[in-house]
Design a protein around this ligand. Sequence first.
Ligand SMILES: Nc1ncnc2c1ncn2[C@@H]1O[C@H](COP(=O)(O)OP(=O)(O)OP(=O)(O)O)[C@@H](O)[C@H]1O
Length: 229
Amino acid sequence: MLYGDEHALVRAVDEVDLNVPAGQSLAVMGPSGCGKSTLLYLLGGLQRPTDGQVWLADRRIDTMSERALARLRRDSLGFVFQSFHLMDELTAVENVELAALLAGQSPGRARKRAMYLLDRVGLADRATHLPAALSGGQRQRVAIARALSNEPLVVLADEPTGNLDSSATLDVLRLFEELRTAGQTLVVVTHDPRIAAVADRVIAMRDGAFVDDSRLAGTASGTLYDGRR
Ligand SMILES: Nc1ncnc2c1ncn2[C@@H]1O[C@H](COP(=O)(O)OP(=O)(O)OP(=O)(O)O)[C@@H](O)[C@H]1O
């Protein structure tokens, strides 16, 4: 993946072959600027590779139209970002149900699932609170509930604990551990070794390439992501 033009060319992710089996949780680590976020954006269809291919399940996504990609993100992917990206004027439950409503679910069904997810992340009693009335860890848990609202094939998280203190980090950590145990496919970019420690597999990147790939535990079979060159 190249950024820029002939005057300032950055090779952000290079010669990377990655397969993520369904049900695997993968942590991607590495120093600032090594290409972790770019890799995540490629997997999420937020960036297109200058060369190579990206497949999600049996669909090649790097050549999809913008419209098809938007639909794929809406229906099949869940995103969690460092800065939460919650809507300030919506309550926790409204934030979680919004994606489902946009995807055409009935209000009743969307609300029911949003409440179920808030309960799952331990925030049922905060459903009607605005983000401003929640702690950082609680906001991130709402964001994770939102990422799960469309029952995504994969959750992609970019530094999900980057803005959190250590007790909030532990909350998010527990939640990722639960998602892993439940068989949710996860790709998490992180600087935090504690997050990496609850993943099935840890990839270390440097200068756009993989320098280490450790499988910590065997998990489900069946390829979900397939990056090809
Ligand atoms: N839009 C862009 N245009 C030009 N170069 C970019 C762009 N986005 C990222 N880069 C460059 O690509 C390289 C990889 O960036 P990336 O954000 O993927 O790294 P990272 O490992 O996620 O970093 P961090 O941990 O600091 O978030 C860096 O050298 C960065 O400066």
